[in-house]
Design a protein around this ligand. Sequence first.
Ligand SMILES: Nc1ncnc2c1ncn2[C@@H]1O[C@H](COP(=O)(O)OP(=O)(O)OP(=O)(O)O)[C@@H](O)[C@H]1O
Ligand SMILES: [Mg+2]
Length: 377
Amino acid sequence: MEIDTKTLIALLQAAMSADYTQVRRTANGLSKQLLDAKDVDGARAVQAVVRKKGVPLQASGYAETLPVDAGTRLPLLEESVAPTTPVILNEAAGHVVGQFIEDAQNHDQLEQAGVDAPIRLLIFGEPGTGKSLLASHIAARLGRPLYVVRLDAVISSRLGETAKNVRGIFDFIPVRNAVLFLDEMDAVAKLRDDRQELGELKRVVNAVIQGLDTLTNDVIVIGATNHPHLLDPAIFRRFPYKLELGLPSTGTRLEMWKAFLRLESPDGLADAETLAIVSDGLTGADIQNISLSARRRAVLDKAEINLPNLLVALLSSKRGSPSLPDTRKLTTDDKKQLALTLHDRAKLPVTEIARMVGVSRQMAHRYLKGEDGELDG
Ligand SMILES: Nc1ncnc2c1ncn2[C@@H]1O[C@H](COP(=O)(O)OP(=O)(O)OP(=O)(O)O)[C@@H](O)[C@H]1O
Ligand SMILES: [Mg+2]
């Protein structure tokens, strides 16, 4: 392929002003042209050169920093820290993630065989199902930094700056060999409710589409949204990999309780199984919240985790608004309700019910028969 004079001059100009960002931007354009001309080796060679960290050009005063909004000077994206807690997924979701990572790791091979697709994953699901956490795990597994963008933070009050901000982000990502994470993409779609913002919304959406189109297929992008149907279909289509994170299954909740409460003993495992059944309908974030609260109480009381109170808290927890366990003395009503739940939903034998409610076997029997059991005191 012939290099056109315009590209060559842009490259020389950028080199003479020691502007690495501009050098890379031009080189990325060049590599895309090469790809379009089916010169895969050429494109790869160009990419390899610009991926190298440049010599620091202190004399020129040039420093490579995060792109910022021209008005507020606030960074448009931030590097997220590596995750410290595990992500626990339903089996089907784990499978999709595994495949995405495999494809990302073997992109070169797929490209050579002509069967590659842009490595872009759209994660959707209710709040608290682990979308953001999963994105950081994927980046960690790929050994790349994760740069998080909240598109609503990118929207500038200065006319025309928004599209420039979005471009700044898309120019920056290939340079760092990073994973770009467009988190909470629905925040932008919500602008639709505000008529005055409609023009700006169009500009953001178009800038994102254009930004995605300037990236080569090997640049990894992850998007997350609570409402995939609010996303612009043109953006939706630009993510060939899609993953819905549903509510955790019973088996997944079991793993969550085990991990978050650190349950390992045989009794602990039995407790986790019961907790998994009683926490039907809650998200990973709810379960983590409740677990941490129970552990905080245990630490401050220098005691074991208070299982009866934990279970009672679960009975009144709703998705997105978990009741945090306390250590107050349970009322007879609490205990009765708990005993009946463990009997009806968890199908536990009376001995187990008694242990979990913290009463005698006899008392558990009385609760189940609908007797008051005030004797329990
Ligand atoms: N599947 C999961 N595995 C492990 N932890 C989870 C999971 N889901 C949620 N959590 C816990 O809840 C916290 C919040 O989850 P996260 O922020 O990833 O949810 P989200 O889907 O991005 O929610 P939102 O839509 O509100 O942004 C996580 O940091 C983690 O501690
Ligand atoms: Mg999130």
